[in-house]
Design a protein around this ligand. Structure first.
Ligand code: SF4
Length: 215
């Protein structure tokens, strides 16, 4: 895959992209305020794979690996909280650094694990690498911010009341497989502590990145 990627994409990107950052985390210092209500204050955190300048446009890039590329692969990245978040944050951070830029899209760099068939049954030979360019207007970004703030309000309410609504429609179709908590939530409430102790390990909370303290 890397050899093909190099020959088909890298040589072009080398000419067209100026790399600004690689896997740089942001947000844990509250650099990207998203919204505030009387219940929550929300800041966005993320770590884009790349930020590049392409044709004078500052643009976040996210790499995605898929099994194979088909006709609707490039439409799967909008709506997308992740892509809207990168787009919004990139502009906020650039402006805070003194750059008067408008960021209105992401590049999703999509690679297929499987080499496309030379003679597919439907006759459409697919590429192995494609790019999607989900773009976001100011109005869409404003809607996304509001949506995230509302979600955070709901999470805050769950934490405050310790009442967690189940989504039973997802139990047997969580990313096309059974949810990992199926056995736990199928047991009687008084048995759940035993199931938890027997079947689960407490993981280390995910950290998007380490904050580097500057001198
Ligand atoms: S099994 Fe999973 S999807 Fe179903 S209610 Fe429990 S946590 Fe939600």
């Amino acid at each position: 895959m890397l050899k093909e990627y190099h020959d088909r994409q890298f040589i072009i990107d080398k000419q067209n992209w100026r790399i600004v950052s690689v896997e740089e985390g942001f947000g844990l210092n509250r650099e990207v305020p998203l919204g505030e209500t009387n219940k929550v204050v929300v800041h966005w955190v993320g770590r884009p794979d790349l930020v590049v300048v392409e044709n004078s446009r500052l643009t976040p890039v996210d790499h995605k690996t898929v099994t194979r590329i088909n006709g609707d692969t490039s439409t799967k990245y909008k709506p997308s909280t992740q892509m809207a978040g990168y787009t919004y944050s990139c502009e906020v951070i650039a402006k805070s650094l003194g750059y008067d830029v408008r960021v209105d899209r992401c590049i999703v760099n999509i690679c297929a694990r499987t080499r496309p068939a030379d003679k597919p049954r439907d006759g459409k030979v697919r590429p192995r690498f494609i790019r999607a360019y989900p773009n976001f207007t100011r109005e869409e970004i404003a809607e996304w911010r509001l949506d995230v703030v509302h979600k955070c309000e709901r999470i805050a309410e769950c934490l405050r009341t310790n009442a967690w609504c189940w989504a039973e429609t997802s139990c047997h179709n969580f990313y096309n497989r059974d949810c990992d908590f199926l056995k736990l939530d199928s047991s009687t409430p008084s048995a759940r502590d035993v199931v938890l102790a027997a079947d689960f390990e407490v993981g280390v909370p995910w950290k998007p990145y380490e904050v580097v303290k500057e001198d």
